[in-house]
Design a protein around this ligand. Structure first.
Ligand code: GLN
Length: 454
C-alpha cells in the first residue's frame, strides 16, 4: 500500500487518481496486516485497489467524473466495494472515467483526460474509456487492480488499449447497487487486473446475490480461480464471420488469427459461426443506452445531489433545473440525454426505442443459437485498433468514437460475459487485446480460455 501511494504521488501526469484516500488506505492496510497474521485472510486481503469514480464510497467523493456531482459524498457504500473491503482489500482512491461512463477515450471526464502510460514517440495516447483511469492506473502499477464498469465495452476496450485483463461478467452476476446508473439493463461492474488469475480472484470477491438490486441473480458464485486448469481440449471455439469487418487493419486480422492458432494448439476445435444481426448492434445500442441514460439522469436536478446553479432575481424552479443541468452536464452527456429523450418521445417510441428492443432480442437469439450448437466460447478482436492519440477522435464526429464499440456492445445487449486479454503488440509497439465471449454464468470457463491466451 505504501509503495502504491508513493507511485501515485509520482504519477500525477497520468491524471488517473482523482480523489486520493491515503488515510483510509493505511488504516485498511493495517487491519489487513492483523488479519493476515491471524492466518485467516482471503486472497484479496491487503491488496491495494483503485476504484472507478462511478462506485458510491461512503464519505468519499463520488462524482462519476461529472461537475453535476461536485461535492457529493455518499452516505452509503456500493455492494461491490463493500464486498471488497469485507475481504480486506485496500482503497487507494477514486479513478477518473468518462463522464457518467459515456465515452471511449476518458476525454469527457470533468477532470480532464487520462493519459495512457504506453507511448509511441512523444504523442500522448488515450487509455480508452470509460474506465480509462482504472486501466491507466493498473497498467502503470499505481495499484494492483481496479474496479471498472462496462455498459458497451468500458472495461474491455480500455483493458485492450493498456495491455491488461478486463472482464465484464454475465448481467446480474455483480450487484449494481451503489453504482451510478448509466443504462441499467446493460451496466455491469467487473475487475481490471494484470492477469487472468487476478481477475478470477477479484471477480469472485465482487460477486454476491444482493436483494438491494432486483436484477442481481440468486445463483451460487463458483470458485473462478479453481476453473483455471489451462485445459481446453475438445472445447469448441466459434469464430463469427460478421466480425471480420471490411477495412479492418491487417494487424487486427493477424492478431485474431494468432489467437485462433493458440487455442487450436491447446486442443480446442475451431468452428466458423454466424451471428447475422451483428451489424445492427451499434445502432441498437446507441438507442437503448441513451434512452435509459436520459431516464436515469433525470434525478440530477440541483435538488438532491451536488451542484446547484445560482439563480438571478425572478428566476424560479424550472430555471434552476435548466441552469443546473446545462452547467453540470458536459456536451456528450447532454447529447445522450437529448437522443434518449427523443427516442422515448411519444411520436418516435415505436420507430426507435421499440425497434431497438426487437433488434436486441434478435442479437441475443443469435448467441443462443450458437451456444445451442455446442460452442463454448467465441473469439473476436477486442477493439478495431490500438490506442489512438488524445484529441484525435474527440474532435471528430461523435459517431467515429461510437465505432470503437463495434466488437463489444453485442455482449452487453445479450447480457453475456466477455473478457479482453492482452495478446501482443502492434507494429507501433502498442498493446492489442482479443475478446472471448462466454455462455451465461460460465465465467469460470471463459477465464480458463482466456488463461490459455495469456
Ligand atoms: N463507449 C460506450 C459508450 O460511450 C460504452 C461505455 C460504457 O461501456 N460505459 O456508451
Amino acid at each position: 500500500t505504501e509503495a502504491c501511494l508513493s507511485e501515485i504521488e509520482g504519477a500525477g501526469a497520468l491524471n488517473a487518481f482523482v480523489h486520493k484516500t491515503p488515510e483510509i488506505a493505511l488504516e485498511q492496510a493495517k487491519a489487513a496486516d492483523t488479519r493476515i497474521k491471524s492466518g485467516d485472510a482471503p486472497a484479496m486481503c491487503g491488496i491495494p485497489l483503485g476504484i472507478k469514480d462511478l462506485f458510491a464510497t461512503k464519505g468519499v467523493a463520488t462524482q462519476a467524473a461529472s461537475n453535476i456531482l461536485e461535492g457529493f459524498k455518499p452516505e452509503y457504500e456500493s455492494t461491490v466495494t463493500q464486498n471488497l473491503w469485507d475481504a480486506g482489500a485496500v482503497m487507494l482512491g477514486k479513478l477518473s472515467m468518462d463522464e457518467f461512463a459515456m465515452g471511449s477515450s476518458n476525454e469527457t471526464a470533468c477532470y480532464g483526460p487520462v493519459v495512457n502510460p504506453w507511448k509511441v514517440d512523444e504523442r500522448q495516447l488515450t487509455p480508452g474509456g470509460s474506465s480509462g483511469g482504472s486501466a491507466a492506473a493498473v497498467a502503470a502499477d499505481l495499484c494492483l487492480a481496479a474496479t471498472g464498469t462496462d455498459t458497451g465495452g468500458s472495461i474491455r476496450q480500455p483493458a485492450a488499449f493498456t495491455g491488461i485483463v478486463g472482464i465484464k461478467p454475465t448481467y446480474g452476476r455483480v450487484s449494481r447497487w451503489g453504482v451510478v446508473a448509466f443504462a441499467s439493463s446493460l451496466d455491469q461492474a467487473g475487475p481490471m487486473t494484470k492477469s487472468v488469475r487476478d481477475a478470477a480472484i477479484m471477480l469472485g470477491t465482487m460477486c454476491s446475490h444482493d436483494p438491494k438490486d432486483s436484477t442481481s441473480a440468486d445463483i451460487p458464485v463458483p470458485d473462478f480461480e479453481a476453473a483455471l486448469t489451462g485445459d481446453i481440449r475438445g472445447k469448441k471455439i466459434g469464430i463469427p464471420k460478421e466480425y471480420r469487418l471490411e477495412g479492418m487493419p491487417a494487424e487486427i486480422g493477424k492478431l485474431w488469427d494468432d489467437g485462433i492458432a493458440m487455442l487450436k494448439d491447446a486442443g480446442a476445435e475451431i468452428v466458423d459461426i454466424s451471428l447475422p444481426h451483428t451489424k445492427y448492434a451499434l445502432p441498437a445500442y446507441y438507442v437503448v443506452a441513451p434512452a435509459e441514460a436520459s431516464s436515469n439522469l433525470a434525478r440530477y436536478d440541483g435538488v438532491r445531489y451536488g451542484h446547484r446553479a445560482k439563480l438571478a432575481a425572478g428566476e424560479g424552479i424550472v430555471d434552476m433545473y435548466e441552469k443546473t443541468r446545462a452547467e453540470g452536464f458536459g456536451p456528450e452527456v447532454q447529447r445522450r440525454v437529448m437522443i434518449g429523450t427523443y427516442v422515448l418521445s411519444a411520436g418516435f417510441y415505436d420507430a426507435y426505442y421499440n425497434r431497438a428492443r426487437k433488434v436486441r432480442a434478435l442479437i441475443k437469439r443469435d448467441f443462443e443459437q450458437v451456444f445451442a450448437q455446442g460452442i463454448d466460447a467465441i473469439l473476436t478482436p477486442a477493439t478495431p485498433s490500438s490506442a489512438f492519440g488524445l484529441g484525435e477522435m474527440a474532435d471528430a464526429d461523435p459517431v467515429a468514437m461510437y465505432l470503437n464499440d463495434v466488437f463489444t456492445v453485442t455482449v452487453n445487449l445479450a447480457g453475456l460475459p466477455g473478457i479482453s486479454v492482452p495478446c501482443g503488440l502492434d507494429s507501433k509497439g502498442l498493446p492489442l487485446g482479443l475478446q472471448l465471449i462466454g455462455r451465461p454464468w460460465e465465467e469460470g470457463d471463459l477465464l480458463n480460455h482466456a488463461h490459455v491466451l495469456e
